[in-house]
Structures are given as structure tokens and as C-alpha cells.
Design a protein around this ligand. Structure first.
Ligand SMILES: [Ca+2]
Ligand SMILES: [Ca+2]
Length: 354
């Protein structure tokens, strides 16, 4: 089709040329547009042009310095210490814009500008900020307690005598009357005012099985008092029953077959038959004795020992029954008499001790 109308080229050439030109124009337009897009992208992404202009402003705004397009803090940046490009030596810190001084071998700059010998500095022992206890020294980089003391629970202790760290840290002596001696927990009877008898701490002044010395047993009816086995003082009464130290306790019985050996001095009458007891106060304090529940008209009185002084006497606090209140010392022994008001009063009795 194109070769044939060769003579008609002139007529045909105009629209063809227009098409070509138009096509070129379109191509050119495309090319221009493409270049403009590239320019726009390049302008936006270029670090050299816009970075320089905008970076300076933003670094300064942040209080930083523009070093080669980077915002840096020249007071701490070891590559730009005090100014752009002023690099410190490897592993040397930049402090306040100055490269830290090189410390001699064997020392560390634990404090800016101070070279610390961590083998001997108790505040930096074996390394920066590894502080020793106040009583410790730093020896060869190790926090060391004085002498033979050992560090236990953040303290220097003597494990040969420490009851909490006996022999080693955190090994407390837990047994009764135990103390740490020579690094082992041992009975310490003497340290507690006692005597060791068969691996037990006892009070030989009052222990009936070890009275005065180990294994010295008090015989039946006797009591260890002041390290001596003593027969209870009866103050003239007979058939006296030793009721020990138990509080509270209640004694019951009958005086139907009893005899009359003692009578009260300060209350009641005379001639009644009685029951008698020895009692030892377990500790200092107030003790209340009464005969509530007895079947006859009682009189209740108490002798101190060993002098047999009547220290209390009562006839009728509770109807015909009696009550006395005693203030006794620890280990004080007394004789308690439950008597009849007169020779006509006897029978079953109750003695309460509180
Ligand atoms: Ca009597
Ligand atoms: Ca009475």
C-alpha cells in the first residue's frame, strides 16, 4: 500500500509526517515527564543537597552537631569528641567532650579522669564499682575480711564462735543451750548457768535427779533444794503429803481417820483433825488456795518453812469453807493444813490450788 502510491507521497506525507511528529512529540513528552519524575525523586531523596540544608538546622535544634551529615553529641561521641572527626583511641570513652586519659596497664578508669588499681581499691575491687564491705580490704582484687574472719550475710564473722554461722556461713546453732565453739555447735551449759549431766543441761540446785552434782538422785520423799536433798519440813503435822509444784491442782481426801497434831494460831478454834501437805511454788507470784467442795466446816492455814511461821489463816470465806491468798517466791516451800473448825468437824475435803 505504501509503495504503490509513490506519486501520492506528497498527499500522503503530510498526515504521515504529522503522525510521526505527533508520535515523537508524545515520546518526547513521555521522556520529559520521566526525567521530571526522576528529578523530583532525586531531589527529595538526595542527602547532599537537602540533607545539608535541613540537617544543620535540625541538629542544632536538638543541641547536636552536624558531622558529615550525622547529628552527633560531641560531648560523648568517641568518634567526634569535642568536635567533628576528633576520634578517641579505641575503647577510650569521650567524657564531656574530652577523650578519657589512657590508664596504665593494670588500672581502669572507674571514675572519669582517675585510674583505679582494682587489685587494691576497696571501692572498685576486682572491677569498677565492686565495693567491699566497710571492714574489708581489697587484696589482689578480692574483698577480704580481716584476719580469719569470713564474709557471711554481708558481714565479716568469726565462724569459730558465731552462733549464726558456726563452722561455715548460714549454719546456725539451733539446739537448746547450744553455742558455737571452735566452729561446731556444742552444749554450753555453763554459759547458761547450768551443769551438763549426760549431755543435758540441768540445774543441779533443784534437779531431783542431779541434786548438787550429776546423777545424785534425791530419795523418795525428799526434794532437791539449794543443791541438797531435803525432807520436807512438816511443822509438826503428820502424814504430810508432798504435792510438788503443780499449779493448778486439786487434792481430795477425808479426815475421818486423821489425828490432831496442829491447830491454827490466828483463826478458827482448836481440836480439829487435819490433812497436811507440802507445796513448792514453781515461780514467784500469787497463789490462791481454797476448800470449796469440802463436806465440813474447814479452817485453812499455811506455814512457811523452815521456820513454820503461820503466814495465812482463814475460816469462812465461802460459807463454812475457807480461802487464803499467798505471795510466794520461786521455790518457796510451805506446809498447807486443812483442819476442822473444832473436834466435831471432819469428813471429806477438797483443796484447790490456783
Ligand atoms: Ca487441828
Ligand atoms: Ca470454816
Amino acid at each position: 500500500m505504501k509503495a504503490d502510491p509513490g506519486s501520492q507521497t506528497g498527499r500522503l506525507s503530510v498526515p504521515f509526517a504529522f503522525i510521526v511528529m505527533a508520535a515523537v512529540a508524545v515520546n518526547c513528552a513521555h521522556a520529559v515527564v520521566t526525567e521530571e519524575d526522576d528529578d523530583d525523586d532525586g531531589t527529595g531523596g538526595s542527602s547532599s543537597s537537602s540533607g545539608t540544608g535541613g540537617g544543620s538546622g535540625s541538629c542544632a535544634d536538638q543541641g547536636l552537631t552536624d558531622c558529615g551529615g550525622q547529628c552527633v553529641d560531641t560531648s560523648t561521641d568517641s568518634n567526634h569528641c569535642g568536635g567533628c572527626g576528633q576520634a578517641c583511641a579505641p575503647d577510650v570513652a569521650c567524657i564531656n567532650g574530652v577523650c578519657a586519659g589512657d590508664c596504665p596497664p593494670g588500672t581502669l578508669e572507674c571514675i572519669p579522669g582517675q585510674c583505679i588499681d582494682t587489685l587494691f581499691d576497696p571501692a572498685h575491687c576486682g572491677g569498677c564499682d565492686q565495693a567491699c564491705l566497710s571492714e574489708q580490704s581489697c587484696i589482689s582484687g578480692i574483698c577480704t575480711c580481716p584476719g580469719t574472719l569470713v564474709e557471711c550475710a554481708n558481714a565479716c564473722v568469726d565462724t569459730t564462735t558465731s552462733d549464726d554461722h558456726c563452722g561455715q556461713c548460714n549454719a546456725p546453732c539451733t539446739g537448746q543451750y547450744e553455742s558455737c565453739t571452735g566452729g561446731s555447735c556444742q552444749l554450753d551449759c555453763a554459759g547458761n548457768g547450768l551443769t551438763e549431766c549426760s549431755s543435758v543441761c540441768v540445774d543441779t540446785t533443784s534437779d531431783n535427779s542431779n541434786c548438787g552434782s550429776c546423777s545424785h538422785v534425791c530419795g523418795s520423799g525428799t526434794t532437791c533444794v539449794s543443791s541438797i536433798c531435803q525432807s520436807p519440813t512438816t511443822c509438826g503435822a503428820t502424814g504430810v503429803v508432798n504435792i510438788g509444784q503443780t499449779v493448778p491442782q486439786t487434792q481430795t481426801g477425808s479426815t475421818n481417820t486423821s489425828s490432831n497434831n496442829v491447830d491454827p494460831y490466828t483463826c478458827g478454834y482448836t481440836g480439829g483433825v487435819e490433812a497436811a501437805f507440802t507445796f513448792t511454788a514453781p515461780s514467784a507470784g500469787s497463789y490462791t488456795l481454797d476448800t470449796q467442795g469440802s463436806s465440813f466446816d474447814t479452817v485453812l492455814y499455811v506455814y512457811d518453812t523452815p521456820n513454820c511461821t503461820e503466814i495465812a489463816c482463814d475460816d469462812d470465806t465461802y460459807g463454812l469453807q475457807s480461802e487464803v491468798i499467798l505471795s510466794l517466791q520461786a521455790a518457796q516451800q510451805v506446809v498447807i493444813i486443812v483442819d476442822g473448825y473444832d473436834s466435831f468437824e471432819y469428813g471429806s475435803f477438797v483443796l484447790n490450788i490456783n
